[in-house]
Design a binder for this molecule. Structure first.
Ligand SMILES: [Zn+2]
Length: 482
């Protein structure tokens, strides 16, 4: 049991909510009545409220709640208290190969071809430490639920890879929805990855099925779910896409892939399949409310309408898109059409960090480069980054501070120099201001995963040293100059 006492400011929900008119009608009394309904732009939060967490749920929100016997009381009088951030796209293993000089200025396909030669050396120890490192960064920047897209299964990798990742998530206390990725099209078939990193289609299907059977928990408050994720149209066969969709539907799990990330991908798909990427996905049954794509930059108008019509979601990854010069996703137009959008940091070789709050700031700023100063509001970004992502990963009552919802909560201290002068709208201050994106406390499923800025489930220095050591070993094995 945890009682968050005297919260300076509670953001109930960042989801795009009622219009300005509706807000003006509602206004007024904040704390005490719970946080019903969506929240629009502007200072909509509760001030001075207490939040009681029992088990894995938020059970009461109100003023001056008495602490039940045995409850841990946290003074939140310096904090913005908000739903935990949700990361909908990542490649944890890339934490060990970030910032490599040779591809700092490369675009996607060249970047991939170089890095595959390093990644083909990925082993059990590398997965063990890179998963912990990515999860640690995510948690420390306010993330409570994350996906991971692991698609690289080098020959010689013997251990149960998803099992290694679930063990890490269990230790660190992160709610985790990895996607069992796959690649079947290597260089010899006109793809980009080396032959030793891909698997044949039957094996992919069998391993996807056993991963679902072993780890997927369909319950609404699951700490573990599994989705299936062929890597991209240019690294798997059409058959593999189609089979993955069929298997996912048989088990009721979600589907994910990279799509419409670059203009090169459009060209590849037209020459390889005679179709644009989204048409290929439609032909494979790889669209629908149980599907979300990473990036989605190069969709045309008709394709955006298809996403809206089919309920297919997009994981927006602004830092990676800027870093690789891939383009600016049309998030404003997606929201206006009713396309569901989540936020993702993407892999750490193209971000090159897992700074979740920082990613939300990037999303706020990047849309304005494309659409002008009203391109996207802070509330819309916070909504995408919380409830939007949670829905995309299959959670209904997650992503709001509301009675009965899952207790996944981040607390950011705003009584700091960098927020002084900004507190007329404390939630938006987290995006417009600040330079240290670390959360003070992070609660996942009703338990503290970060307390007083430190991970509860790992020794941070041991983690840093081991990740660095394994990264060095990986780069040496590949002959990367240092
Ligand atoms: Zn990616």
């Amino acid at each position: 049991m945890i009682l968050l006492k005297d919260c300076f400011y509670v953001l109930p929900s960042g989801a795009p909510g009622p219009s300005a008119d509706a807000r003006a009608r509602g206004g007024g009394e904040a704390a005490g009545a719970g946080a019903k309904g969506g929240a629009g732009g502007g200072p909509d939060g509760l001030r001075g409220a207490d939040i009681l967490i029992e088990g894995n749920r938020i059970t009461r929100i109100g003023k001056s709640l008495a602490a039940p016997a045995g409850a841990k009381v946290i003074d939140a009088s310096r904090h913005v208290v908000m739903p935990g951030l949700v990361n909908t796209h990542h490649h944890f293993y890339q934490t060990l190969t970030r910032n490599l000089a040779a591809v700092q200025d490369a675009k996607l396909f060249d970047w991939l071809v170089y890095l595959y030669e390093v990644w083909k050396g990925l082993d059990e120890e590398a997965v063990h430490w890179s998963s912990r490192l990515a999860m640690a960064e995510l948690l420390k920047t306010g993330c409570t639920l994350s996906s991971d897209h692991h698609y690289l299964y080098p020959r010689g990798f013997k251990d149960d890879l998803p099992g290694l990742q679930f063990a890490a998530a269990g230790e660190l206390g992160l709610r985790f929805v990895p996607t069992r990725g796959s690649m079947s099209r290597s260089k010899k078939d006109g793809g980009l990855p080396p032959d030793s990193t891909v698997q044949d289609e039957d094996r992919i299907l069998a391993e996807c099925e056993s991963t679902i059977q072993k780890y997927h928990d369909p319950r609404p408050d699951a700490m573990r779910k599994v989705a299936l994720a062929p890597c991209s149209p240019f690294s798997v066969s059409e058959r593999s896409m189609r089979d993955s969709a069929g298997l996912a539907r048989r088990y009721g799990v979600r589907l994910h892939t990279h799509l419409a990330e670059t203009a090169d991908e459009d060209e590849f798909c037209i020459s390889m399949y005679g179709r644009r990427p989204l048409r290929l996905m439609e032909d494979c049954g790889f669209v629908g409310p149980d599907v979300w794509y990473a990036h989605g930059i190069h969709f045309n108008d008709e394709e955006l309408d298809t996403l809206a019509r089919t309920g297919t979601g997009v994981a927006h990854c602004p830092s990676s898109n800027m870093r690789l010069g891939s383009g600016i996703a049309r998030v404003r137009e997606m929201i206006d059409r009713g396309v569901s959008v989540g936020l993702g940091v993407d892999g750490s070789a193209s971000n090159d960090s897992s700074d979740m709050l920082g990613e939300a700031r990037q999303a706020l700023l990047l849309q304005r480069v494309r659409y002008g100063s009203a391109g996207i509001t802070a509330r819309e970004v916070l909504g995408i980054a919380t409830e939007g992502g949670a829905r995309m990963l299959g959670y209904e009552k997650l992503g709001r501070i509301e009675e009965g919802w899952l207790a996944d909560i981040a607390l950011f201290d705003v009584m700091k120099l960098e927020y002084a002068g900004s507190l007329s709208d404390p939630a938006a201050a987290l995006l417009f201001c600040g330079y240290d994106h670390g959360a003070d406390h992070v609660i996942v499923d009703g338990k503290l995963a970060v307390e007083s800025r430190r991970l509860v489930g790992a020794d941070e220095e041991e983690l840093r040293m081991n990740a660095d050591r394994v990264s060095r070993r990986l780069l040496e094995k590949a002959g990367v100059p240092r």
